[in-house]
Design a protein around this ligand. Sequence first.
Ligand SMILES: C[S@@+](CC[C@H](N)C(=O)[O-])C[C@H]1O[C@@H](n2cnc3c(N)ncnc32)[C@H](O)[C@@H]1O
Length: 249
Amino acid sequence: MRVVRTVLPQPARARLRRLMRLRRLVLRPRWGNLRRRRPFSEHFGNDRGTPVDRVYIERFLAAHAADVRGRALEVGDAGYTRRFGASAVTDSDIVDIDPGNEAATIVADLAQPGSLPVDRFDCFLLIQTLQYVADVPAALRNAWRSLRPGGVLLVCVPGISRLDPDPGPDHDLHRFTPAGLAATLRATLPGAGQRIVGYGNLLAAVAFLYGIAAEELRAQELAAYDPHYPVLAAARVVKPTGTEGRAPA
Ligand SMILES: C[S@@+](CC[C@H](N)C(=O)[O-])C[C@H]1O[C@@H](n2cnc3c(N)ncnc32)[C@H](O)[C@@H]1O
């Protein structure tokens, strides 16, 4: 606007101001019941239906279901291991930092080097966890070392998302973009083959922030991807063969 003030003569400035006022009137947002400071759900829409990010996580895992096989590791619970691996999974482990998680077969801090068995897993489902880990590269290196050569790490991380009310905003440390996740993976695991994808768009992101469930959007509204508004970033990382027992290059 400073350029407009210094370059344009006064009558042109007045015309421009009128045009902008008209544009605001014609294109004014109709807030309806969105003019609010609290979301419709405090739990990502879980109490209204399926949270928007879960639809994207499930799309990503469905696209890579063939990777969920053999010895599988998942954080927190084995829900996706069972659903997407089914009978292709021969051994299922669950890792959690929380010793109170009775389902956990490995209680470990992912960011603690060597806290996972080395060269063990064919697949590691690292879903919606890295945002709680202060040292993300350390967790990725540890996850990578836990894979057998040829094993696959499936990572999902939040993009545009509210902070987690449980365990609380002080424990929810990071948000990611697909490009940021790619850069972190490249820097941390330079020898690994990786494929990065993003999911979401403006409407899906706004719905997710408000706690509106996926069922309240149309299928096309959910499916469209706009790289400027990623709700979820996901990566498939393959540990090359011939890297037994080795740390990332
Ligand atoms: C939101 S849950 C995600 C896992 C779940 N399978 C899913 O589908 O989203 C996050 C889990 O990560 C665990 N967690 C957080 N920080 C961790 C860390 N540094 N090491 C291991 N687990 C951690 C939490 O205790 C919790 O069980």
